[in-house]
Design a protein around this ligand. Sequence first.
Ligand SMILES: [Zn+2]
Ligand SMILES: [Zn+2]
Length: 245
Amino acid sequence: MMKSKYITVDLHVHTALSACASVKNTPKEIVKNAISRGLDCIAITDHNSALNIREVMKEAKGTSLLVIPGIEVETREEVHILSLFSTLDDCLEYNDIVKYALGDRENIPEFFGRQLYFSESGVIEYKPLLSQSTSLSMEDVFKQVRKLNGIAIPAHIRRRYNGLASILGFIPPELNIKTIELSRVNYNKYKDIYSEYNVIVNSDAHNIESIYGSPSTALKVERFDVEEILNMLKVKLTDEEVIVY
Ligand SMILES: [Zn+2]
Ligand SMILES: [Zn+2]
């Protein structure tokens, strides 16, 4: 058996497909910067879409960087939930569900920002507005993600906008949540009241410069692969297994 080791993770990174993210967040730049900043693993989590993940995975192929496919879905309650999967296929299956549940507004690039889709045939301006709520309830999201063996992690839960705890005032016990995310700015203030959960901190990077800053998260893994990381976050870990530093 491999000896366990710590890996550095940033499980919430946006590409230029998210209207609010910089157009410089290209698959190439994200991978390059994640590696040069010493990250072992990133999750790509654009708003309500998985379209750029294939290209990021292609860039990371043959490098030391592990890429987890994901989507930051916005529920009908306007809560943001990171949905992470073991395989791109599972994530794309979920993407179809999210796409169907998305409203039919179109993006206005001058107002919301551009949505760049890095397709196999080149860069495309993606038309449907991604940064809006879907018709999926929180319960729907947890059910669908678990059906595809993924994990749903409520994002920036104390953020006034789109944070689960800010919107509901509590974490619904019936969702059986084990891992939550706090924003960097909220970590020290709130970490102690969520000690019954695995509390992780990610960059929520909308520009290249904010990938992997402080505080960040490290996990003690037995195996360095996506399934191992997701399986860990599905159970309550010890203070030694998950570290925010
Ligand atoms: Zn968010
Ligand atoms: Zn985000």
